[in-house]
Design a protein around this ligand. Structure first.
Ligand code: GLV
Ligand code: MN
Ligand code: MN
Length: 402
């Protein structure tokens, strides 16, 4: 399975992946998933928005109303790694294969899921698919989202042939009906498991985080003839804001990143009229996150006064603190032949966080990442660790069926 996926959406220059939702590479992955489910006799369900589930074991389940879901996402960030998302989907299918080899007849229907636009790389809203499924975001809100080219979400959906599905955007069947547990396996996105010497970890929770659009406007003018004291240059406001965000995060043990900016008109010999920067901010608790963003905005406004520019801040996507069901985490983490799996917090967002917030008891398993790098082509996991991950997921699903 890994070999079949690895060329899809891969850049020849960087070796990274460009798998934005409703574009060619991601559609190819969705077709691959439909084929993989069909080959295994899993009954496919979709919501017309790109979220998919392949169901196994419904006919023999003795607990048909306690559905168990496991999966992740197939989309990537721009120039992302191979593992963030697809490892959870491939491992879920492989875990079903493994359980069948072991002769397991699941007492609960087990679904393998793919959630659409987890990264928010095209429409800006992280975990779009799982938010729509859980009602955390409404279709009325989502239908207004536009990508960088101005394409609205319903038009992007209409432009693709969603394989095996009825692409009636907005008319979602309830894919989560009867789901009482969710398990997401994911590549680890830091180096905690490397340092602890474990191949597998279990998530305790997710830091609150958000994306905030800083719009800074000034006055376009000639780069040569405009005296320095006569300028209203939003690039200066942006530069000071980025430094302030970095300083504020370092002082408070938080994370703050400006990873994307747009400059208008983006000419070498003109003072820009507008700079838009996206702040990604993450903190241990929600109050600290609000305070961090407020502090960065204050610094931006102060600098704007000096520069003669204006600043407006819009929150595009905010996710609260997630604490995964602690008893479930302990149950899954404990009592393995190799000893307990470590239980760790993460600063990365996941569909698992959205489902947990919606009240579905949720577990996350992490697979060790030797590079510790993620959201980059350098993201990594070894084949032996990935296979340990498949066994860990199969063991976890079996436990949850007992
Ligand atoms: C998603 O991977 C995020 O943490 O931004
Ligand atoms: Mn990611
Ligand atoms: Mn992910």
């Amino acid at each position: 399975m890994w070999g079949a996926l690895s060329p899809v959406g891969r850049s020849a220059q960087s070796g990274g992946y460009f798998r934005q939702p409703f574009r060619t590479a991601e559609s190819e992955l969705r077709s691959w998933f439909v084929e993989a489910c069909t080959a295994r006799g899993l009954r496919l369900e979709g919501d017309g928005l790109g979220n998919l589930v392949g169901w196994w074991g419904e006919e023999h389940a003795t607990r048909p109303d306690e559905r168990l879901l496991t999966g992740s996402h197939l989309d990537s960030v721009l120039d992302g790694g191979a593992y963030d998302g697809p490892l959870g989907v491939v491992s879920a299918l492989a875990a079903v294969d493994r359980m069948r080899e072991r002769g397991v007849v699941p007492s609960r229907p087990i679904g393998v899921s793919v959630f659409v636009e987890e990264e928010g790389s095209r429409f800006g809203l992280a975990c779009l698919g799982s938010r729509l499924l859980t009602g955390a975001t409404t279709w009325e809100h989502a239908r207004e989202l536009r990508d960088r080219d101005g394409v609205a979400l319903p038009d992007a959906l209409a432009a693709v042939d969603l394989p095996g599905l009825d692409p009636g955007a907005g008319d979602a069947r309830d894919l989560l009906a009867g789901v009482t547990t969710f398990v997401e396996l994911h590549v680890e996105q830091g180096r905690a498991l490397v340092d602890l010497g474990h191949a597998i970890g279990v998530a305790s929770g997710i830091w609150p985080h958000g994306r905030y659009r800083f719009e800074m406007t000034g006055t376009a003018d000639h780069a040569g003839t405009t005296r320095m004291e006569d300028r209203a240059d939003p690039m200066l406001t942006y530069a000071m804001t980025a430094l302030a965000a970095d300083e504020q995060a370092r002082l408070t043990g938080a994370r703050a990143t400006f990873g994307r900016i747009e400059v208008e008109p983006n000419g070498t010999n003109a003072v820009p009229s507008r700079v838009t920067g996206w702040l990604d901010a993450r903190c241990e608790d929600e109050a600290a996150l609000s305070e961090l963003v407020a502090a960065v905005e204050r610094r931006a406004q102060q600098r704007a006064e000096t520069d003669g520019t204006a600043v407006r801040v819009v929150a595009e996507s905010v996710s609260g603190l997630v604490t995964f069901d602690p008893a479930l985490a302990r149950h899954v983490a404990g009592d393995h032949a190799v000893g307990d799996w470590p239980v760790l917090p993460t600063q990365a967002g996941h569909d698992a966080g959205v489902l947990s917030t919606a009240g579905i008891p949720t577990v996350m398993l992490f697979v060790r990442n030797p590079s510790g790098v993620s959201h980059s082509p350098a993201e990594s996991a070894t084949v032996p660790d990935c296979l340990v991950g498949v066994d860990a997921l199969a063991d976890t699903l079996e436990r949850l069926c007992r």
